[in-house]
Design a protein around this ligand. Sequence first.
Ligand code: C2E
Ligand code: CA
Ligand code: CA
Length: 777
Amino acid sequence: MALEVEHVCGKQAQFDKTKAPTTGWTTGTGNVYPKQPCWLRIPHELGDAKLLSFKAVWIDINLYDANGKLFASAIHLGKKNQAIVSANRISFLTSNATFPLYARLDVSPSTSYFDQVEVESLDLNESMHRAQTFDSISVAQTAILVGFAVIAAAFGLLLRNLTYVLFALFCIFRAAFLIFNNGLIFSLWDIPDWLPQLFILTSWPSNAIQSLIVTRMSGSAEHSPKLHYAMLAMAALYISLIPIDIYFPYQSLGLQDYLDMVWYPVALIGVGRAVFLKRAGSAILFLGLIPMAIFWWPLAVAQLLPRSFGLSFETPSGTTLDIIQNLFFPTLFCISLAYRSLQLHREAIRIARIDKLTGLPNRERLTHRGDSLLKSKGNPPIAVAALNIDRFRAINEALGYDTGDAALIEVGRRLAAIPMAIVGRSQSDQFFTIWLDASKLDELQLQIQQLFFAPILVNQQMIDISMSVGVANLPELDMSLQMRCAEIALNVARHEKTAWEIYKPEMETAKLGDLHLLSELRTAINKNQLRLFLQPKVRLKDGAVVSAEALVRWEHPERGMVPPYQFIPFAEHTGHISAITVWMLTQAMQIVAERRAAGNPLQISVNLSAFDLRNNHIVTILETLRETYGASSSDIRLEVTESSVMSHPEISLQVLHAIHEAGYSIAIDDFGTGYSSLAYLQKMPVTELKIDRAFVSGVQANTDAAILLFSTIELGQRLNLSIVAEGVETADEWALLEGFGCDYIQGWFAAKAMPVSDFINWRKEQSPFHFKEYQVS
Ligand code: C2E
Ligand code: CA
Ligand code: CA
């Protein structure tokens, strides 16, 4: 119950700190604003078991009895003398006092302005109850704010985003403010005098940080430069209140009121403009600021108006509005963080599963789709077709790569229009369709034939298209096996020029004679048809070319250079790959030994397949070759993909460790397309991370794709890995990656893979490779 008390405040109260004045008393409601020292007089006894209670924390109280004798005191809330200090409240037992009582109130240097003092009479239970409710609300809010701070800090550090880090700091300061402001720590412990001062350090910096967050999130520098500088200036002013408060203890509060009064309108206008311009994140900021403005702005105004205006506000700490203004903005912010990371995650999946050129699903995605179709019951059995454009190489060479690309897009578009089929592109001119009803394969054949009756028109050129198709109708197999079988059938169709073949197990064997790619591959090594090409890796910091990737080529007597995707998958499935690996390693060892002897060392990366990781032979082979050619193990790096490791994780990890212990380094190839499991990555003895082309090509600044790329680089570097970006084709991509601090770049922008002798010449002429010389001005 509020008490009728008389008071004297200001100059008259100031003369003697220990003796109440005799004149100048005003009768009031029991609320005073102790911006200046005050004397209160409580004329009447409170009755049995009644507490004289002051709702105010930031105040020193000395209580004198009717004889002017010091009766009780609570100073800085630390030293307690007959005072019961609970959070936000100081109470005195008055049963044996002689009334009237005189209370001397002195402002602690750090009095928070909304803490007007309320004088009440309470009984003990009520007092405890109020204190506890208030405490639990404050503690809960503090805990929530700390939680938000941890989340924001984690995101901020991971994504190197300063706004998030600022936000984490903001939450921490707000949490500290809450816990100081409710006085809980002061009632729990005896607190040294300087600690109340610290209170200020929690309130004003948080205001300054709030200004910085607002300017950053609203992008005010771009659209409202004047408001922007005003916000920054106010941030500086908030900070300057700290020294002001130290040297002129009673001045800072009024100044803060002025600042608050200006800050909220300025911030809301700035953010409002950003909302109007549809800037990402600004709506959240605006919504979050509104309850804060409703809470603080009228308070500031009320404090600045002369008392005679009669405008006053109840101390609103702990009210619903207080809780909302404390938690609403942080909650919105964290929701937006969660949403943002979800978006990035989706973008990663999308990029990894979509073919850039045609926008169709890629091989990974198709495998997924197919597997889930195979698993779900009630569907008719599915079949898989692999399709290849006949004479595509000729189209490319005759009409140029632009036209070739446009033709691929158009072919993809037409294929995608087939009803009952899911279409994707696996590489170059090879497509796949999942045919949703295997019993109607004839229909698929007809549809595909009809699709290209009419020539396609690209870049003003009419091009006749025909396709060879291999079909697997083996619903009992999983998707990747079906795709492989379809590819085998496709190869038969191409060689026999039959246009349409359905897979039969005989196709696997060498029965197809000399025409069969697989049997040809067996002899390719003996006939010396394989070639090792080198593609340079450029070190970004100085343009040096000290390493290269070895890529295999097959110089076929009739078909010319066969690119690896036309035989590597075959070779991998049949185990022929190990012969290729050994051949490549042999060449690579020779080259690196030679280069080192020539005083021009070069590190060569050789690709290993899943098959090579299945047993320890590979280490023996590496060591034998190294000794034979006198090569250095540090000159050979081995590239493995996560998927190849994951196909037999246990043995593969063993093999990788053995390779590593023998002194060879290991790179993770095609990072981002496979499992991308960081937990696993940390178990592997890896030195280098090669970010897959899909994440690099076509990436533009300030897009989600760019953020993804940047955070992948960051993350990799944090794990102490050297980062290689693959597939860099343009100056823009190069510049972006350089800005992101990527370590190495491999891609056509520097050079395509080339024969070893060409590579050596290229390196002589082009190393160090400097990007700027290539920029078109
Ligand atoms: P990979 O290991 O990811 O090799 C990089 C591929 O990207 C190479 O294709 C390379 O020519 C290509 N590339 C490099 N820069 C660019 C660029 O700027 N733009 C574009 N669009 N492509 C670029 P390639 O030589 O056709 O090799 C394809 C895949 O075949 C390799 O992918 C690798 O998985 C496999 N492969 C190649 N040689 C070997 C080998 O000796 N052993 C094994 N096991 N696999 C090999
Ligand atoms: Ca590779
Ligand atoms: Ca790669």
